[in-house]
Ligand binder design. Structure first.
Ligand code: SAM
Ligand code: SF4
Length: 365
């Protein structure tokens, strides 16, 4: 990896197989990883199999979307974030517990130095079948191709409107052409089918869902509409800005006629539909009005190394501190397993319970 260069263990007394890295975070030591492991599939306390880990590679971002973070956001200092070696170690631990799919997110994952090399390393972990990324797309123009070569299989690109001015307003300074170029680069690099994520926010883009849905008439994309969720310090804005699924669907149906519902997978948070005759599909992620917790087999790793058990609950297990304190593969694995086991059933937005400790960019949406 370019950003974490392996250095030979120097001092006597290190555990056999321990690896030390010099990285932009300083010297990092990760404990030995067994040469092979028997995968032990992990179920949570409700019998849901945990297969999917979403990793926030950084809380920082090159945009400031109004629904994600306050305008003047302070990001964590580098030494508080997981180094590449630590991310890779925790992916190996997760794979040994049956995780098969990794999604890299943030903040903006593409701004992390060395992201291509990190993707290659993660894609090479035995048991990991799929590596995907959620990105704002700004840097895909130059990164899509190397990321695809490194083993990235798919991207979800956030795009909330096709109107350049509204895009600028929602992201506080972004230029839509950069995203459109990024999506094209992703397609050219074979990162298909491209999924487009649109968060619908009252007063910003509720009318734009029609143009975005219309993209699927000619393109084999999946355009997904996400209900706004409340987090962190801007929950009043987020709660009042929710545009419910029923309204989004009605707007699209007014323009294109009744939508067809297509093959629903209960483990996928996105409810799929199609405009009759369209080449692509629409997806609706109705976290607020139609929670899909029943099929949730996801956990998250925050950029500062906490296993977050549910996107919308503040319950987390610190893995980075024990790892930096010298915890072994087995010890960290037991912590991760115990955390996965006690994953809560789901969120409690309907009872007014809001996860307020972190903003979305700090969790990794
Ligand atoms: N920066 C990348 C991006 O924008 O795609 C990845 C991180 S972003 C936090 C991940 C996803 O969360 C994006 O699709 C974004 O639109 C969505 N998101 C952010 N804040 C949200 C909120 N309050 N409610 C629902 N979705 C949100
Ligand atoms: Fe950045 Fe993504 Fe949050 Fe927008 S949604 S501010 S692009 S992390």
């Amino acid at each position: 990896m370019t950003s974490s260069t392996a250095v030979p263990p120097a001092e006597a007394g290190h555990r056999a197989g321990e690896r030390r890295y010099r990285s932009r975070f300083g010297t990092v030591t990760v404990p030995p990883v067994p040469a092979s492991w028997a995968v032990e599939p992990t179920l949570d306390q409700y019998g849901r199999r945990i297969r999917y880990l979403r990793i926030s590679l950084t809380d920082a971002c090159n945009l400031r979307c109004v629904y994600c973070m306050p305008e003047h956001m302070t990001f964590r200092p580098r030494h508080e974030l997981m180094s590449d070696a630590e991310v890779l170690f925790l992916v190996q631990v997760a794979a040994s517990l049956g995780v098969e799919k990794i999604r890299l997110t943030g903040g903006e994952p593409t701004i992390r130095p060395g992201v291509v090399e990190l993707v290659a390393a993660i894609a090479g972990v035995p048991g990991i079948r799929e590596v995907a990324m959620t990105t704002n797309g700004l840097l895909l123009d130059r990164l899509a191709e190397p990321l695809a070569r490194a083993g990235l299989q798919r991207v979800n690109v956030s795009l909330d409107t096709l109107d350049a001015e509204k895009f600028h307003r929602i992201t506080r300074w972004g230029h839509i052409e950069d995203v459109l170029r990024g999506i094209q680069a992703a397609e050219d690099a074979g990162l298909r089918p491209v999924k487009v994520n649109c968060v619908v926010v009252r007063g910003f883009n509720e009318e734009d869902v029609v143009d975005l849905a219309g993209l699927t008439l000619e393109r084999e994309w999946e355009v997904r509409f996400i209900e706004l969720m409340p987090f962190g310090a801007i929950t009043d804005f987020q709660t009042s800005g929710v545009v419910p699924f029923a309204e989004i669907r009605a707007r699209i149906e007014t323009a294109f006629g009744p939508l067809e519902e297509v093959g629903y997978d209960f483990q996928d948070p996105s409810r799929p539909f199609r405009i009759p005759g369209a080449r692509g599909t629409l997806g609706f992620i109705n976290s607020v009005t139609e929670p899909f917790c029943q099929g949730c087999g996801r956990v998250r790793l925050t950029a500062d190394g906490k296993l977050r058990l549910c996107l919308l609950r503040d319950d987390e297990v610190d893995l980075l501190t024990p790892l930096r304190a010298g915890g072994s593969f087995q010890e960290i694995r037991e912590l991760m397993r115990a955390g996965m086991y006690r994953k809560p059933w789901g969120h409690e937005l309907s009872r007014g319970v809001i996860a307020a400790e972190r903003a979305m960019n700090q969790i990794g949406g």
